[in-house]
Write a protein that binds this ligand. Structure first.
Ligand code: DAK
Length: 259
C-alpha cells in the first residue's frame, strides 16, 4: 500500500516496520498520518507472517507531537463535537501483536504518548521525551497524564507535565519509561533483534503475555483517559490555547491572560 506520511517495510518477512515520515515537521502527527499509521498497524496485525511490529521515526525526531498548526484553529465545539482525533489515535490499542517503539530524537507531546502506547520503548542515546502541552495552553490529550505517572511515578510525571521539561534517554531509562538505551547507530539493529526474539516464541503465548501485562495497567485507565479527554477538549474554549498555539506558529513568546 502506498502511504504519504509513513513508510513501511518488513525485516526477514517477520517484523513489520513503520517509519513516521514527515521530516520537515519533525514527524508532527496530523490526522492523515495517524490514519495511515492505523492502516499499517492493522495490516501488519492481520498478516500471519508478521510476529512483531516496530514504530520508529527519524534520527532527529520520533515525533514532535500532534500537529499544532492543524490544532491551533479548533474551538471547543470542534474538538468536543468531533471527539477530536480519538478514533485515529486509539487503533494501536486494538493491535494484538507486540508493538515496539524505537525512539531517537524528540518524542514530545503526542509523540511521547504514542511511544508510551507501544508495548515497550527502546531509546537511542539522543532520545528526548517530554509533555510540553502546558506551553500551548492545553494538557496531554492522548493518555500522557495517565500513562506517564504509571511509567515514571507521580513526582516525575508532575514535573514533566507541569514544567514541560524534557527527559533525556538516560533519565528515561532510570525512571523506567524506556526498557533500554542503545547507541543511535545501533537503534534499529537492537530493536529488530528484540522483535526477532519475540517472533521466535509461540504466538499464542506472546498474545497472552501482552494481554496479561496490559491488564496490570488497564483497570482504571479508561476512566482516567475519559477524564483527561474531556478536560483536553475543554481547554479549546480558552483564549490561552489560541494564544499558545498562535505564538508557536508566529515563533514568538506567548502572552497568557489566564482566560
Ligand atoms: N506541530 C507542527 N509543526 C511542528 C511541530 C508540531 N508539534 N513541532 C515542530 N514543528 C515544525 C516547526 O514549526 C518547524 O516548521 P518550519 O518553521 O520549518 O515550517 C519544523 O517543524 C522544525 O521545527 P523547529 O524549527 O522548531 O526545530 P527545533 O530543532 O528548533 O526545535 C522542537 C525542535 C521539537 C523543540 C520544537 O519544534 C518544538 O518545541 N516543537 C513543538 C513541540 C510541542 O509543543 N509538542 C506538543 C504539541 S501538542 C489527542 C492526541 C494527541 C494530542 C492531543 C490530543 N487526542 C487523541 C485527543 C497531542 C498534542 C500535542 O502533541
Amino acid at each position: 500500500m502506498a502511504y504519504e506520511f509513513i513508510k513501511t517495510h518488513t525485516e526477514d518477512s517477520k517484523v513489520g516496520v513503520i517509519t513516521l515520515d514527515r521530516p520537515k515537521f519533525l514527524n508532527a502527527l496530523n490526522t492523515e498520518l495517524m490514519i495511515e499509521l492505523g492502516q499499517a498497524l492493522k495490516a501488519f496485525d492481520a498478516d500471519s507472517t508478521i510476529g512483531c511490529i516496530v514504530i520508529t521515526g527519524s534520527e532527529k525526531a520520533f515525533a514532535a507531537g500532534a500537529d499544532i498548526s492543524a490544532m491551533s484553529k479548533f474551538s471547543f465545539s470542534d474538538v468536543y463535537g468531533n471527539d477530536f482525533i480519538t478514533k485515529d489515535w486509539e487503533i494501536i490499542r486494538q493491535i494484538r501483536k507486540p508493538v515496539i517503539a524505537a525512539v531517537s530524537g524528540f518524542a514530545l507531546g503526542g509523540g511521547c504518548e504514542l511511544a508510551m502506547m507501544c508495548d515497550f520503548i527502546i531509546a537511542a542515546d539522543n532520545a528526548k521525551f517530554g509533555q510540553p502541552e502546558i506551553k500551548l495552553g492545553i494538557i496531554p490529550g492522548a493518555g500522557g497524564t495517565q500513562r506517564l505517572p504509571r511509567a515514571v511515578g507521580k513526582s516525575k510525571a508532575m514535573d514533566m507535565v507541569l514544567t514541560a521539561r524534557m527527559m533525556d534517554a538516560k533519565e528515561a531509562e532510570l525512571a523506567g519509561l524506556v526498557s533500554r538505551v542503545v547507541a543511535l547507530d545501533q537503534l534499529m539493529s537492537e530493536t529488530i533483534a528484540a522483535a526477532m526474539t519475540i517472533c521466535s516464541y509461540p504466538q499464542l503465548a506472546v498474545f497472552a503475555a501482552k494481554e496479561s501485562v496490559q491488564r496490570a495497567f488497564e483497570g482504571s485507565l479508561s476512566d482516567g483517559m475519559m477524564y483527561e479527554r474531556r478536560l483536553f477538549h475543554a481547554l479549546f474554549a480558552t483564549q490561552d490555547q489560541k494564544e499558545g498555539m498562535q505564538a508557536f506558529l508566529d515563533k514568538r513568546p506567548a502572552k497568557f491572560e489566564n482566560k
